[in-house]
Design a protein around this ligand. Structure first.
Ligand code: ADP
Ligand code: 5GP
Length: 406
């Protein structure tokens, strides 16, 4: 490789004066952890390819090229690295939107340890940082025809920037008003079974004779938008999610009576008589399980729709404040989506806050000069996203036109 530990040590002492931060204009940074030096980027990274990782073992004097798991960040003009808690490295990318700027390279987390054992080799894992207050996903279950879809639609219409729907996969045929990728990802059984084997699903179940499942991607897509994820899944699926690492709120919707459920299902007119019979038979079992197992945190009776919707909003703490205020408050938090981290910046770690200072006069004209990335509510991590990051501007600097002209 032509690079030596001495070279790296010199590089680090020059760049990471506080021992935590390393910055490089050559798209390469390095972080020391015990006897290892993690070298991030460089090696011909281009702006379209991903950021590389290699490890220099200071005890043996050897380079190690680890197995790199997870989606890798694309290369950028500049980046900074900050060691966090001895088990992960925060990479702040420059010249990109705030939504793509925070990435975590896990080097010694529980997940990485397990994978290292499984593969018998050095492993590191990337996890994308997601900005936005992380609120638990909401799992909504209940028998077919009870009104789950109706309630979810009302919530999504009233709070479009707060909630996002987890689009499930199914092997059932689309109804005439349903579109692929919006209501479901419609697929065939062979493909779905293969995807299940490949570990792409958070949960899946055979429901009314068809396969239904929530892919990890479906939940992550919503999380990436900084929204709270809503899952409309059956009781078996809810049980699987309970057993998974995804912490959620579980709500079961009941009909006021079995007769009313049958009436709604028939009047919806989307199923054949045979399918209706099957769904009603399954409804009996689901109603028993939903109300008796203690699996659900809340049970709501959908008798009068408006009344049930009010109860749903109440338990999601959306009542009291006028809807519009909650929605506007959320929007103001997401204004940051439009901001960009310039190519020229430096970072400093102050406890649970990372200060990102923009150092280019031109780039800060009428733009924030300092961002704060607050990691105090950080949760999740590889093999998924790192959630709960908060980002805000510390000060807005408006530069006099004359100053720039000078
Ligand atoms: P699910 O998603 O649980 O299968 P839907 O949301 O499709 O159920 O609702 C089934 C039918 O019942 C729809 O035609 C819907 O308009 C109707 N519906 C939903 N809630 C109520 C309610 N509270 N009172 C009367 N009809 C309702
Ligand atoms: P429908 O065919 O009426 O859209 O849905 C039938 C049932 O499948 C509903 O109870 C719904 O909640 C459930 N369902 C939809 N998507 C999923 C999923 O991804 N996983 C599981 N387990 N059930 C699902």
């Amino acid at each position: 490789m032509g690079e030596t530990a001495a070279f790296l040590a010199r590089d680090l002492s020059k760049d990471s004066s506080n021992g935590f931060v390393s910055k490089s204009k050559e798209l390469q940074t390095s972080v020391n952890l015990e006897d290892k030096t993690y070298v991030i980027g460089g090696d011909g990274d281009t702006l379209t390819s991903s950021i590389n990782v290699k490890i220099y073992n200071n005890s043996t004097g050897e380079w190690v090229f680890p197995m790199v798991l997870g989606t890798k960040p694309t290369g950028s003009k500049s980046h900074c690295s900050v060691l966090l808690g001895g088990n992960r490295i925060l990479i702040v990318k420059g010249d990109c939107s705030v939504n793509d700027c925070a990435w975590f390279l896990e080097v010694d987390t529980k997940f990485v340890g397990q994978q290292r054992e499984n593969h018998g080799s050095e492993v590191v894992a990337w996890s994308k940082g997601v900005i936005g207050n992380f609120e638990k996903p909401i799992v909504i279950s209940g028998p077919s025809g009870v009104g789950k879809g109706t309630l979810i639609s009302k919530l999504m219409n009233d709070f479009p920037s707060m909630f996002g729907f987890s689009v499930s996969h199914t092997t059932r045929a689309p109804r005439n008003y349903e579109s692929d990728g919006v209501h479901y990802h419609f697929t065939d059984r062979n493909t779905m079974e293969q995807d299940i084997k490949d570990g792409k699903f958070l949960e899946f179940a055979s429901v009314h004779g068809n396969l239904y499942g929530t892919s990890i991607e479906a939940v992550e897509v919503v999380t990436d938008e900084g929204k709270r994820c809503i899952l409309d899944i059956d009781v078996q699926g809810a049980r699987s999610v309970r057993a998974s690492s995804l912490e959620a709120i579980f709500i079961f919707i009941c009909p006021p009576s079995f007769q009313e459920l049958e009436k709604r299902l028939r009047e919806r007119g989307t199923e054949t008589e045979e399918q209706i019979e099957k769904r009603l038979l399954n409804a009996k079992k689901e109603l028993e399980q939903g109300q008796s197992t203690g699996l659900f945190d809340h049970v709501l009776i959908n008798d009068d729709l408006d009344n049930c919707y009010e109860q749903l909003k109440k338990l999601l703490s959306l009542d009291g404040n006028p809807n519009i205020n909650t929605e506007l408050a959320h929007k103001s938090e997401t204004v940051m989506d439009l901001e960009r981290i310039p190519a020229n910046f430096s970072v400093m770690k102050d406890d649970q806050k990372i200060l990102i200072t923009c150092v280019d006069f031109e780039t800060i004209c009428n733009k924030p000069s300092m961002f704060v990335l607050d990691i105090s509510s950080m949760s999740g991590g590889a093999p998924g996203r790192t959630r709960g990051l908060n980002m805000y501007t510390l000060e807005s600097v408006t530069i006099d036109d004359k100053l720039i002209q000078n």
